[in-house]
Ligand binder design. Structure first.
Ligand code: SF4
Length: 404
């Protein structure tokens, strides 16, 4: 639970789930909610695919998925995995051989539905390969490709059908004593997706991968994902997310982070609080915020910046941000640092100056964090040394079984 003693209305109690490792990224069991995206290059093109993986990782993606439709893609996967800074999930549909090749090539996770693999020996082989190579498996149920018998039973894709499908796939892995799996039940409809995940969250303790599938364009898909994923995350459901947009994977990562940041579930980079602007603005808020977003994209330290057009809301917002700028009169505004009024600034200098202030504040936060980590490590080392020394004195250690 993200417990906030001062602002308890911000608490989100996360659903307890098992932890599964995707490479070195923990999913579930209280781990930070991982952000995923998927490449849209020709997967056999190592250079183009790797460029997307690197760009997504730079934007903050914890995990990247690559579809593996053929043998050429499997071959390329080995090279991509070797160069990737983040774990790679291989997206397989029906071809069990691709799953074997991907596991062998170093994929950290296979996205495959065991019920679609075919003959039991093949399922056995895929599970054995996943186990041998330390691969997790993601079961991905999609409302658009539900099994025929479930569509006949339920007449149309519905939460019950999606959960039944997921549980059928889960059962196959459990029957093979394989437990390193996570599950998704995606639909393009927000209501169906939310209801399916709510029911699935009750039916299994597996970590859940959230997504609204085929959400649409950057704008429409962002809104849809924010509503669908946001409502589930707010209810504590979800251990990893992928925002599916008809846009660059980097945009998916940015939107994923914004959703998590809005809910206080993860923090990364500068959270810019800005007003919509109006006739009272002391500078061109929209243009400045656009430029600041671009120039501050490299800052990874979680921090906040308020950029407000005038004194109506500026000073109030600045009280709650690390760096603030409020427009004033006669081509000048006021800079706030750490919630306190600091100095007057001419609008002509504001862009470079704010970027400089944010970078300096980020460096200060990082230095303070490094000092705190050093102190913590020194304290832990001191405690360990004291504990190690205690048996030698014999006095501080109670006899086995204690005095009770
Ligand atoms: S803060 Fe000022 S400039 Fe911005 S929208 Fe409100 S009144 Fe307008």
């Amino acid at each position: 639970m993200t417990h906030n003693p001062i602002r308890p209305w911000r608490d989100i109690e996360r659903r307890p789930s098992r932890r599964v490792m995707v490479g070195d990224v923990p999913i579930g069991g209280g781990a930070p909610i991982a952000v995923q995206t998927m490449t849209n290059t020709d997967s056999s093109d190592v250079r183009a695919t790797l460029a997307q993986v690197l760009a997504a990782a730079e934007a903050g993606a914890d995990i990247v998925r690559i579809s593996i439709p053929d043998e050429a893609a499997s071959r390329a996967l080995r090279e991509i995995v070797a160069e990737s800074p983040v774990p790679i999930v291989a997206d397989i549909h029906f071809h069990y051989r691709r799953a074997l090749e991907a596991a062998e090539a170093g994929a950290a996770c296979l996205r495959i539905n065991p019920g679609n693999i075919g003959r039991p020996e093949r399922v056995q082989e895929v599970v054995a390969a996943a186990r041998a190579h330390g691969c997790a498996i993601r079961i991905g149920v999609n409302a658009g490709s539900l099994e025929r018998h479930l569509l006949e039973k339920y007449a149309e894709p519905c939460p019950e059908a999606m959960v039944e499908s997921a549980l059928d796939h889960i059962r196959i892995l459990e029957d093979h004593d394989f437990h390193d799996y996570k599950v998704s039940v995606k639909a393009s409809d927000v209501f169906l997706t939310a209801a399916a995940y709510q029911a699935l969250a009750e039916a299994t303790d597996a970590p859940l991968h959230l997504g609204i599938t085929e959400a649409g364009s950057l704008n429409a898909g962002t809104v849809k994902s924010a509503i669908g994923l946001g409502s589930l995350l707010w209810a504590g459901i979800g251990d990893t997310i992928r925002v599916s947009l008809s846009a660059d994977p980097v945009e998916e990562v940015r939107v994923g982070y914004e959703i998590l940041k809005s809910l206080g579930l993860r923090h990364r980079g500068v959270n810019i609080i800005s007003c919509p602007s109006c006739a009272r603005q002391g500078f061109d808020v929209i243009k400045v915020v656009e430029q600041l977003e671009e120039r501050l994209a490299h800052v990874k330290t979680p921090m906040s910046l308020s950029v407000i057009g005038c004194v109506v809301n500026g000073p109030g917002e600045a009280l709650m941000t690390d760096v603030g700028f409020t427009g004033g009169g006669a081509g000048h505004g006021m800079v706030y640092l750490g919630g306190r009024q600091s100095h007057k600034l001419s609008n002509d200098e504001m862009l470079d100056h704010i970027v400089g202030q944010v970078e300096a504040e980020a460096a200060r936060i990082e230095a303070a964090r490094a000092r705190a980590a050093e102190t913590e490590a020194a304290t832990a080392a001191g405690t360990a040394a004291e504990t190690a020394a205690e048996p030698a004195t014999g006095a501080a250690v109670p006899p086995a079984g204690g005095a009770r």
